[in-house]
Design a protein around this ligand. Structure first.
Ligand code: SF4
Length: 375
């Protein structure tokens, strides 16, 4: 396999694996995904392990975190998950592992799959609930209903998972603050360790984007800010730390994998459409999973595009991502923009805490605009 110059002696401690299969395609989703074709999925799993083998000949891969996302990893059968995750265990030194996450959708969680994942070392599940309102789940085209989401959470607990994230969405067409309050309340009552709350974005190429262009849906940033503010108030008063714009965690449960991305650490991504960043090189695998499998299994490289990064690009990314976190960015990193910094401080959007610049509560509502001024 010729995959270009990606040698690096520093161990890669974050591994991402993309499983592109979904039982149903949600009309707002811009990730690379396809309806699962059971005649292809086993071959695809073989290709993933083959890519991992090849990467391991060039890179020191010693994961402290693994994130298996998609798509819907739990769309694979129990035996395929066993084959794949067992393959990772056979190939990788997992002695330093601290967080192994698998994304799951309530429609495809079963006691058998949950127990298998737990027995193979997975210690964190991210459950795509999105809402507890049936009409909003329908609007989002989700395959599950609220009762299935509730049952899935309990299946995960019964299987021994003590670190569960629940994904939620706000800013949905027609969603009311009262509905959002009810969703937050129900989620808090379930007692997960982590909650991710994402604002809907209209991504080009999706059905929702087309509906927005036809003015069936309307983006409303003021309303989005009210939803975010309500989430901050409710979740913080329930004991969650708002440690990144979209993420809330109980003490000790912040995501280490995402923390690595936000800190600008290197990561290896395998599978179709997955990105990797190693040193000053970023590359992305081809998206179509059939082409991906063909290439990898024939001994070729799945890399579809490569981008040379500069220290300046990486610094800009680190500022934008760090500013979204509770720790913020060391103040010295913003010394080049004294006027912008002073202006944001005077507007009450930014403040200095122990040598770091962090967003205030108001600043969090305008995080992207603040970050843009510094890159
Ligand atoms: S289940 Fe997730 S990955 Fe699949 S289409 Fe829906 S949002 Fe996208």
């Amino acid at each position: 396999m010729s995959s270009g110059a990606i040698h690096n002696c520093t161990p890669i401690i974050h591994l991402y694996v993309h499983i592109p299969f979904c039982a149903r395609i949600c009309p707002y989703c811009a990730f690379y995904k396809e309806r699962a074709d059971s005649s292809q999925t086993q071959r695809f799993c073989e290709a993933l392990l083959c890519e991992l083998d090849e990467r391991c000949t060039r890179l020191r891969v010693e994961p402290k975190t693994i994130f298996i996302g998609g798509g819907t990893p739990t769309a694979l059968t129990t035996s395929q998950l066993e084959y794949l995750l067992g393959g990772f265990r056979d190939r990788l030194d997992l002695s330093a592992m601290r967080e192994w996450t698998v994304e799951a959708n309530p429609g495809s969680v079963s006691p058998g799959k949950a127990e298998l994942l737990r027995s193979l070392g997975v210690n964190r599940i991210s459950l795509g609930v999105q809402s507890w309102e049936e009409e909003l789940l329908e609007l989002l085209g989700r395959e599950h209903n609220a009762a299935q989401a509730d049952a899935s959470f309990h299946i995960l607990r019964d299987a021994g998972f003590t670190n569960v994230n629940i994904d939620l969405m706000f800013g949905l067409p027609g969603q009311t603050l009262a509905q959002w309050e009810a969703t937050l309340k129900k989620t808090i009552a379930l007692g997960p360790e982590h909650i991710s709350a994402y604002c809907l974005t209209y991504e080009e190429g999706t059905e929702f984007f087309a509906r927005q262009a036809r003015r069936e849906f309307r983006e409303d940033t003021d309303s989005d800010a009210r939803f975010l503010e309500r989430a901050m108030v409710r979740l913080e008063s329930a004991g969650f730390e708002h440690y990144e714009i979209s993420n809330y965690a109980r003490d000790g449960y912040a995501s280490s994998h995402n923390g690595g991305y936000w800190a600008g650490e290197d990561y290896l991504g395998i599978g179709p459409s997955a990105f990797s960043t190693v040193g000053l090189e970023r590359y992305q695998n081809v998206s179509d999973y059939r082409s991906y499998s063909d290439l990898v299994l024939a001994g070729g490289s799945p890399i579809g595009s490569t981008e040379a990064l500069t220290a300046e690009i990486k610094r800009g990314e680190r500022i934008a991502l760090s500013l979204r976190t509770v720790r913020g960015i060391p103040s010295v990193e913003l010394n080049r923009w004294p006027n912008q910094r002073r202006e944001f401080e005077e507007l009450g959007l930014l403040r200095e805490v122990e040598g770091n610049c962090v967003l205030t509560r108001r600043g969090k509502l305008l995080a992207d605009s603040v970050a843009e001024a510094f890159i």
